[in-house]
Design a protein around this ligand. Structure first.
Ligand SMILES: Cc1cc2nc3c(=O)[nH]c(=O)nc-3n(C[C@H](O)[C@H](O)[C@H](O)COP(=O)(O)OP(=O)(O)OC[C@H]3O[C@@H](n4cnc5c(N)ncnc54)[C@H](O)[C@@H]3O)c2cc1C
Length: 468
């Protein structure tokens, strides 16, 4: 493809120089993997991929873009689910070469990682230091620190450890004019004015390019246990969550999967349902703690939950292989849908107490609008965050379903908002939810957000199609 309209080729040469040797390509074959995303929902284009290796190079690139009003899209591991990392003609800046772990300090419980470091590497580095980095999600083998910060990613341990926002002590970022926000603090307490890093977290790349972060480590739990339970209803799931938490004080993850999700995962992936009975819901519970009596308390709590009728069956993983198999089933909930055709996806949250109400009302709406649609509801029950995916009816033309999807999504989001929920629990707004976000958000919130955007990025060059 050609250069974006109005950009001098001399400016493009300056950008290539700024990125340094090995730091750019215009070869469309090499760029192609950066232009499609995991679910094949978004495709894009760019004339140039820039891959700075140092903060200084990133500063030089953004300064040139700022001076010349050149729009930029930033990309980390390209696992985002709302299309924000896919350029549509903008210059693409990838952090794939910013991969150093600059320091790790087990006394300050802090690790400084560059933006392009993949999450599993941070987890491994913390483990090697005798600590733990508690953020965990199914894309952890590809998602990067910069992307996780910019989407304020959640995952499976949020109830106990918080979202990415809670793991970040400090941020180094290049602002849109090329200047540096040098904020790699490891302080846990710092009340000196506005906390600027909090604005960069969850900004989806619209306020600057995160180049590195100081991340908080926690102690390693000595005992971990994973259980799978078979349930009849989502009401049981909510009651079970509290019962197990009250009895053990150690629930680290509490995930649910509905029958349709389990069936599609078993049909289309190497995962298996651990129960002989086809329970309408499965709950996957991970416990963590450090006292020697924890395992016995977990067993006792599971037994008591069965006796109280909060579950119909329960399995406590007997070894790591079994625990991994339980998690594998949960992680394949999305992959299991893929061969079944088109799907309308929702990443909603409601107060935990309202999960059963949400599911009943959303199911009714879907069944009315698209009879025969297959509802895959799964996710982070302990955070009220349900991934509510509607897969096209078997045999329907995918395009016919896609034509119905906007009305379906709107209706499910109406249910969500009516229950005091959020239309984006953890994936962000990106381009896929932008119009709806702008329509639903109170004007005063939008005005403040736009003022913040203008203060950081007066020429609007950073991820210009995203969020606002
Ligand atoms: C199988 C699967 C499971 C997932 N599970 C979860 C889950 O449980 N919880 C959850 O929250 N998310 C989940 N996700 C979503 C995804 O992994 C997260 O959004 C992740 O945080 C994105 O990281 P990334 O490096 O891939 O960023 P990208 O996808 O490359 O980018 C995402 C956004 O961040 C911006 N960005 C990236 N790097 C930078 C940077 N250095 N500076 C500024 N902006 C930047 C991009 O412009 C874009 O707006 C899942 C995704 C997949 C594919």
């Amino acid at each position: 493809m050609g250069l974006p309209a109005g950009i001098d080729s001399a400016v493009i040469d300056r950008l290539k120089d700024a990125a340094g040797p090995g730091g750019w390509t215009a070869d469309q074959d090499l760029i192609l993997p950066h232009l499609v995303e995991w679910r094949d929902q978004w495709t894009g284009s760019t004339p140039l991929l820039l891959m700075p290796q140092t903060t200084h190079q990133a500063q030089a690139i953004l300064a040139i873009c700022h001076q010349n009003r050149i729009a930029v899209t930033t990309q980390g591991g390209n696992t985002g689910l709302v299309g924000a990392q896919i350029p549509r003609g903008e210059i693409l800046v990838s952090t794939r070469r910013m991969t150093a772990i600059r320091s790790i300090d087990p006394v300050d419980d802090a690790i400084i990682a560059e933006a392009g470091v993949v999450l599993t590497r941070v987890q491994d580095a913390a483990r090697e230091a005798g600590k733990r980095f508690p953020l965990s999600l199914a894309s952890e083998g590809s998602a990067t620190i910069g992307g996780l910060i910019s989407t304020n990613a959640g995952g499976v341990h949020v109830r106990r450890h918080g979202m990415m926002r809670a793991q970040v002590l400090g941020i180094e970022a290049v602002l849109p004019d090329g200047s540096l926000h040098a904020g790699l603090s490891s302080l846990r307490k710092d009340n000196t004015g506005y906390d600027l890093k909090q604005l960069l977290i969850g900004a989806e790349g619209t306020l600057g390019l995160v180049t590195a972060a100081t991340l908080r480590m926690v102690s390693r739990p000595q005992v971990m246990a994973v259980a799978m339970l078979g349930l009849e209803t989502p009401d049981q799931a909510v009651a079970l969550l509290h019962r197990l938490e009250d009895a053990t004080g150690a629930v680290a993850a509490f995930e649910v999967m509905n029958r349709t999700g389990v069936e599609l995962a078993v049909r289309n992936t190497p995962s298996r349902d651990p129960f002989p009975d086809a329970w309408p819901w499965l709950a996957l519970v991970e416990f963590e703690g450090s006292d020697a009596g924890l395992l016995a308390r977990c067993e006792e709590a599971l037994g008591a939950a069965l006796e109280a009728g909060l579950a119909g069956d329960a399995l406590l993983a007997q070894n790591e292989t079994q625990a991994k198999a339980f998690w594998f089933l949960r992680e394949e909930m999305s992959a299991g849908q893929k061969p079944e055709g088109a799907a309308a996806k929702h990443d909603v949250s409601v107060p935990v107490s309202k999960i059963p109400q949400f599911l009943a009302a959303a199911d009714a709406v879907v069944n009315r609008l698209v009879p025969g649609a297959r509802i895959v509801a799964f996710g982070h029950c302990s955070d009220g965050n349900i991934h509510y995916d509607v897969v096209q009816p078997a045999g329907m033309e995918p395009d016919a379903f896609r034509a119905l999807a906007p009305a379906l999504i709107e209706a499910v989001h109406d249910v969500t908002v009516g229950l005091d929920g959020s239309i984006s629990a953890e994936h962000g707004i990106g381009i896929s939810r932008r119009d709806e976000f702008i329509r639903r958000e109170p004007p005063t919130h939008l005005a403040l957000m736009r003022a913040i955007k203008t203060a950081f990025d007066p020429h609007g060059i950073m991820n210009p199609r995203v969020l606002l």
